[in-house]
Design a protein around this ligand. Sequence first.
Ligand SMILES: [Zn+2]
Length: 309
Amino acid sequence: MAESLDPGALAAAAQKARKAARDAARKAETTEKDAGEKANILPPWEQEAEGITLVDTHAHIDGEDFDVDREEMLARAKQAGVVAVVTFGDTMEASARVVKLAASHENVFGGVGVHPENAFPLTQADEDSLASWTKAKNIVAIGEIGLDYYWEKDEEKRKLQRKMFARQLALARDLDLPVCIHDREAHGDLMSILKTEGRKNRGVIHCFSGSWEMAKELLKLGWYIGVDGPLTYKNAAKLPEIVQKMPADRLLVETDCPYLSPLPYRGKRNEPAYVRVTAECAAKIRGESLVNFAEQTTKNACEIYGLNF
Ligand SMILES: [Zn+2]
């Protein structure tokens, strides 16, 4: 490891590179191919929201993507029936911003943690900061934490991710808080960590991308599973089948905004109101009404994250 370089600066540079790559990927997604589906669809905030109570259980609304219209964006979510948003930090800096957002908005809850793509050797001082932030108003979880082998190919850095993940899992156990886990192309290592050190943790595997077999194992271990925009994509692969088979009391819906906009908004900035699009898709797959599906998944969100609103 490049110990001589400031880990904070390295993490910031890595985050910048990741954001650039993601923005480029987002822009490259042509919206043209989905143009047909755009016809006759009103944005979620212009549709009837009577009786709909949704929670966007995984968002990143602290970043600059939302600096221009954060309050309006939250108002649109409310109009669409989104009664609460759980937003997650992915660096120390972002986590500090999440604490401020959660403290200043009744319907915004937060998680603090460091994302695997921004992995660096956590110091005791960093851990102490994370622990103290969890005492702030509306902070309900440790996250976003986990493993990402898609963006990280270097074995040494993957090792660092695992170390950091294990440390943040331990912190959550000490604080008796749920965790929100990111897992991209790291299913094997994730499962082995959850079966050992993480045996006594609880929480959510967000943006689930594994198989039904893996989902079943996670359910057995007590985990919740979150799904987002990709459920609506034509290449959703095994996800619709998993959503159909999932027990009602372990499923959550989320946006992961500003990324992963559902159809027909793919390629554009995502925002919490669009969780309704994913929820509609999931409800349809399960043969349920949106109102009932929203009620059940919101109940699940309240259970795992202890939300009060
Ligand atoms: Zn995320």
